[in-house]
Design a protein around this ligand. Structure first.
Ligand SMILES: C[S@@+](CC[C@H](N)C(=O)[O-])C[C@H]1O[C@@H](n2cnc3c(N)ncnc32)[C@H](O)[C@@H]1O
Length: 288
């Protein structure tokens, strides 16, 4: 399941934020080295994030986030899709893995009524997420824990009604191990909902580099069949999918209605739907 191309590992990524790192024939680093680098990388992103800046400057984090219309629209579509696929009900206890500084965790709590735990491998992200939650008066509502998706040592067996994860498992060296952990921490009958970049989306395959968009190191893309097989191998049942088109976060507010229309049509059009950027998959933990 490894990436066909290995993008140069090591501190070079930190220097090339915003640039495309060079493809090399260096040996593939160990899973632990990848995860250490991932953690450092996201520590650094978290320290430079809008969340960190709002904490430093005392600006209202909610009004900063509210200005980011395209990102919020895309986040809400993912959250609603996960809610539908997971059959989740407000007031249930959900864990979000790969929560970064907490944008989804906070909205799942405040706008959708879930009792949330956020987990991320990056300690700095977790630190900022905690501070942000306190500054929003959510310090007692959301638990943030540092942890690795492949181990989830921070969570007890069957401690949550469901698990969601957005744009994270693609960077985890052993996604099957991560799904097995997801199954462990969710109660019998609960659901695991995880999204994956679609291998057949032209954006990832051809367009991203042409538009000069940064290629993330250690990123992998999946087919729906691979995703289904992994869910099944992890012991998850009643597997179901949805596909979502991607909304670039830089989309100007004036163009957002056009993207909404495209989503409405594209996600219902056979052919186009198959090339959608996001495969979101849900599987149920077997009843005891
Ligand atoms: C692209 S960001 C996505 C953040 C957020 N979920 C979103 O969609 O905006 C990927 C996140 O996954 C986290 N991550 C990467 N590998 C991880 C692992 N093995 N365990 C837990 N979190 C991990 C990173 O630290 C980062 O916060």
């Amino acid at each position: 399941m490894g990436s066909p191309l290995h993008l140069k590992a090591g501190p070079v990524h930190l220097r090339t934020l915003g640039k495309i790192p060079a493809v090399t024939d260096e040996p593939t680093p160990s899973a632990d080295a990848v995860k250490a680098e991932m953690s450092d990388y996201y520590d650094r992103l978290a320290s430079n994030s809008a969340a960190a800046r709002s904490l430093d400057s005392g600006e209202d984090p909610e009004s900063i986030a509210a200005a980011d219309l395209a990102r919020r629209y895309f986040q809400m579509r993912k959250m609603r899709a996960a809610e539908r696929l997971g059959g989740f009900q407000p007031a249930q206890r959900l864990v979000e893995v790969g929560c970064a500084t907490g944008p989804y965790t906070i909205r799942l709590s405040t706008e959708m009524g879930y009792r949330m735990t956020g987990v991320d491998i990056s300690p700095r992200s977790i630190e900022i997420a905690r501070e942000l939650a306190v500054s929003l008066g959510l310090g007692d509502e959301i638990a943030y824990l540092q942890g690795d998706f492949e181990r989830l040592e921070c969570l007890d067996d069957g401690s949550h009604d469901g698990l969601v994860s957005f744009s994270c498992i693609r960077y985890v060296p052993d996604p099957l191990a991560a799904l097995r952990q997801a199954r462990r921490v969710v109660k019998p009958g609960g659901r695991v909902v995880v999204d994956f970049p679609n291998r057949f989306c032209p954006w990832f395959k051809h367009l991203k580099t042409r538009f000069g968009v940064n290629v993330h190191f250690e990123d992998r893309h999946f087919s729906a069949r691979e995703v289904r097989d992994m869910f099944t191998d992890a012991g998850l049942e009643s597997v179901r999918f949805t596909k979502l088109l991607f909304t670039p976060t830089i989309t100007p507010a004036a163009l957002l209605p056009a993207f909404k229309l495209l989503d409405l049509i594209g996600e219902r059009t056979p052919g186009l739907k198959e090339t959608a950027a996001i495969i979101m998959c849900s599987g149920q933990v077997p009843s005891a």
